[in-house]
Design a protein around this ligand. Structure first.
Ligand code: HEM
Length: 536
């Protein structure tokens, strides 16, 4: 019965039914969303503060005055025939910014809280500076639901960094920080990560057509497998063998497929308005199936890895160190690393190669640095020789300015805030649209040009643009206590693979069209990968 209703909503002939359903939902929503933000505040922020009576708060315009679409307008744009049907976050940002300006409010729909979108970096600073010790970033409700409601026997109430909030999140993060944020713990994996990068080069050599320099396989799939192999080595203390695909474990391939399904489907259920909180749709069931397979396969690998743990008190690998601190945290963290660490790093790598291909003079400048670093291309990467790579780091930073992994970041206001002159009560969601600003001349001079020099202190005298920028406009790994836990690993992986690729090949872009992106939960390169590789 419920499934039939949903089918009607999505068919063209069901438009009237859809309108009726939207109206019914709106009545429900108005009552729901008015109390929901307060409930969220109570749920996540334990501290109670006095009501603000300062001049800034008293003089600000009221929350209700923030412009924005009605629930009806929002839902109408998202359903078949609507202006934003099957579009992405960036298109949604642009569409509503054009209509309502640099701050706008979305009333909570279909089980979501109110969210304010802001394009003002002064607001970003206010949000981050007031985020309390347990910043709340919602986003993957479906995963929380899965871990809490569907598989409590696996997760034992420890739902992981991506999904948990408040004190529960703080408890996990306190255990994971000393392991994952300590440079030494991550850098000890350098030679293994470099080994994977060298295997990737061998695989690339074997897949390239020497006449055309083109790849017979899907390049983004190859890069994904590199990223997966690298993050899995740290998360599971296991080599999955994906660089020699034909010999790799079928379970590993199934795991990577399930991770891709998670990223593809999660946008529909966790970002776009969806009915899953009222009934499980067939697509939602597929997402749950993907979560099941991620859970089963990761657990299998962890159990295998445990057999190899040595008896030393501290433990050697990241997994072992976490396991000795807290078994449940180690299990869920391994899953979170895989879920957050495959497509992010692979997307950043493809984007960096693309910008270096489109800017051959920058690529040559980088190669000079790499040749000085590794006079022979097969020399190993070490702690010592990877210390000084300013141009490479500038190229990665500049890529993440152009094409960060996400369009923006999200927090729930941890206190009553004044944003762009409006009162925003504690408990309201705030989305900070950073990518639009980091691609604007108002915040980065000559923003449409790929200029790694803007990040290199020693290039100050010769750098064509000012190196000063508002730090809140450029935050590719987030900010504060909730910042990306995989930052150090991602940087090491990216640096290593870029050294190996660019020390071995000259890379160019032979496509007529620029690199395309799909923009769902994260921003991912898509479509034809028109790279050409010439062996040096
Ligand atoms: C270029 C690669 C990457 C980028 C640009 C990136 C970016 C981000 C951003 C923007 C956030 C949100 C931070 C915030 O809310 O302030 C985040 C969170 C997170 N990232 Fe990454 N990430 C990358 C790679 C990785 C990798 C390799 C891992 C796995 C080890 C990882 C694991 C996580 C986790 C678990 C969180 C949630 C942290 C928490 O809520 O406490 N990320 N990442």
């Amino acid at each position: 019965m419920i499934t039939t209703k949903f089918a009607l909503l999505t068919s063209a002939s069901g438009q009237n039914v859809a309108k009726k359903a939207i109206n019914q939902l709106m009545v429900r929503q108005f009552t729901y969303s008015s109390t929901r933000c307060q409930q969220v505040a109570v749920q996540y922020f334990e501290t109670k503060e006095e009501a603000r009576t300062d001049a800034e708060w008293l003089n600000a315009k009221s929350y209700k005055e923030i412009p924005g679409p009605s629930i009806f307008e929002l839902l109408q744009t998202q359903f078949p025939g609507g202006a934003l049907y099957k579009t992405n976050i960036k298109e949604m940002e642009d569409y509503f910014r054009k209509r309502y300006g640099d701050i706008l409010r979305f009333k909570g729909t279909l089980g979501k809280i109110d969210t304010v979108f802001t394009f003002n970096p002064a607001d970003f600073e206010t949000v981050y500076r007031n985020e309390t010790i347990w910043p709340v970033r919602l986003g993957v409700d479906s995963l929380t639901y899965y871990r809490v409601n569907k598989r409590p026997e696996v997760f034992h109430g420890v739902t992981g960094l991506i999904t948990s909030q408040g004190r529960a999140w703080g408890d996990i993060r306190n255990k994971v920080n000393p392991v994952m944020m300590k440079v030494q713990n991550i850098r000890q994996n350098l030679s293994a990560i470099d080994g994977i990068a060298q295997e990737f080069i061998k695989r690339l050599d074997s897949l390239l057509d020497p006449r055309t320099g083109r790849l017979s396989n899907n390049f983004s799939e190859e890069i994904k497998m590199w990223a997966f192999e690298s993050v899995a080595f740290v998360a599971l203390n296991t080599r999955l063998g994906l660089m020699t695909r034909e010999k790799s474990d079928p379970m590993a391939l199934k795991l990577s497929d399930s991770l891709t399904t998670f990223l593809e489907k999660s946008y529909n259920y966790d970002v776009a308005p969806s009915f899953w909180k009222y009934f499980e749709t067939p697509g939602f069931k597929q997402l749950i199936k993907a979560y099941d397979s991620i859970t089963e396969i990761t657990t299998h690998y962890i159990e295998k890895a445990m057999e190899q743990f040595d008896q030393s008190a501290e433990g050697k690998s990241v997994l072992e160190k976490l396991y000795r601190i807290d078994k449940n945290v180690a299990v869920v963290m391994a899953m979170d690393m895989l879920m957050a660490g495959m497509d992010t790093t692979s997307s950043a790598l493809i984007s960096t190669l693309y910008f270096l291909s489109k800017n051959p003079e920058k690529q040559e400048e980088l190669r000079k640095e790499l040749i000085a670093l590794l006079p022979e291309p097969n020399m190993p990467l070490t702690e010592e020789n990877t210390k000084n790579m300013p141009y490479l780091r500038g190229c990665i930073k500049e890529t993440l300015r152009f094409r960060p992994i996400a369009n923006g970041n999200f927090r729930i206001a941890g206190r009553d805030l004044v944003l762009s002159g409006y009162r925003v009560p504690k408990g309201v969601g705030v989305y900070m649209a950073t990518m639009t600003l980091s691609n604007s001349d108002a915040y980065f001079e000559r923003s449409a040009e790929f200029l790694p020099e803007r990040w290199i202190k020693s290039a100050k005298a010769t750098c064509p643009v000012s190196q000063k920028h508002n730090p809140f406009v450029y935050l590719p790994f987030g900010f504060g206590p909730r910042t990306c836990i995989g930052k150090r690993l991602a940087e090491m992986e990216l640096e290593t693979i870029l050294v190996r690729i660019l020390r071995n090949y000259r890379v160019s872009w032979v496509g007529e069209k620029p690199l395309e992106y799909i923009n769902n939960l994260i921003l991912q390169p898509a479509g034809e990968m028109s790279f050409k590789f010439e062996k040096l």
